[in-house]
Design a protein around this ligand. Structure first.
Ligand code: VGL
Ligand code: ZN
Length: 208
């Protein structure tokens, strides 16, 4: 497949905190960087997402008395996994990896900036009601097919893929350019859910 004008490479959350040494390091997370750089060089259009939480964010275990990271709580919008403090606005951990070479990216879409709502998805926050505006932006730009890469397979990539599909885009996840956190088999479940929802799966060698 050769990327054209209606194809977009959507690079999810390739930030220091999700990479080795980061606050919420995804196992083997650094392995996505080389394939993403190769892909980014092939796509005429690239958009990046950036998890961008205020200090004291509701998704942080430290914001909930007696709770530890990777436990969960029931919030008004449903169940929320609690994470170590990560991707705090302006911090080193929140920065996009310096190893990422995609200077021609046309938009950096920040998400998760509302103190009381998380947002794994780059389209729709965890209340499943507040929209980020990305759908309108991509539609206005005329993109039809989103090719997803980045971190993490079972959280931000999964939810972004599902909401992109729901919004009517064709969606393909590039498996060697994603890695997951994998809490209780969540990576396996993520791939199954994506398959059931018509999301394609390919490898980076098929592109370019
Ligand atoms: C993510 C957990 C918390 C992700 C972001 O990028 O997948 N996961 N915040
Ligand atoms: Zn987050």
């Amino acid at each position: 497949m050769i990327p054209g004008e209606r194809d977009l490479l959507l690079v999810v959350d390739v930030q220091n905190d999700f990479l080795p040494g980061g606050a919420l390091a995804v196992p083997d997370g650094h392995a996505v960087i080389d394939p993403i750089n190769r892909l980014a060089a092939r796509f005429p259009h690239v958009v990046l997402t950036q998890d961008w939480h205020p200090a004291g964010h509701i998704s942080f275990a430290s914001s909930h008395e007696g709770k530890a990271p990777f436990e969960s709580v029931e919030l008004d919008y449903g169940r929320q996994v609690l994470w170590p403090d990560h991707c705090v606005q302006g911090s080193h951990g929140a920065r996009l990896s310096a190893g990422l070479h995609a200077d021609w990216a046309e938009l950096v879409m920040r998400k998760g900036y509302h103190a009381h709502t998380d947002s794994y998805s780059a389209f729709l926050e965890a209340d499943r009601n507040t929209r980020t505006g990305l759908d309108g932006y991509l539609r206005e730009r005329g993109f039809a097919h989103l090719h997803l890469v980045g971190l993490a397979t079972d959280y931000c990539v999964l939810w972004t893929a599902l909401d992109a599909r729901e919004a009517g885009f064709a969606v393909t996840v590039i498996e060697d350019a994603v890695r997951g956190i994998d809490l209780d088999g969540s990576v396996e479940r993520a791939w199954a859910t994506m398959r059931e929802n018509g999301i394609g799966r390919t490898v980076s060698g098929e592109i370019g």
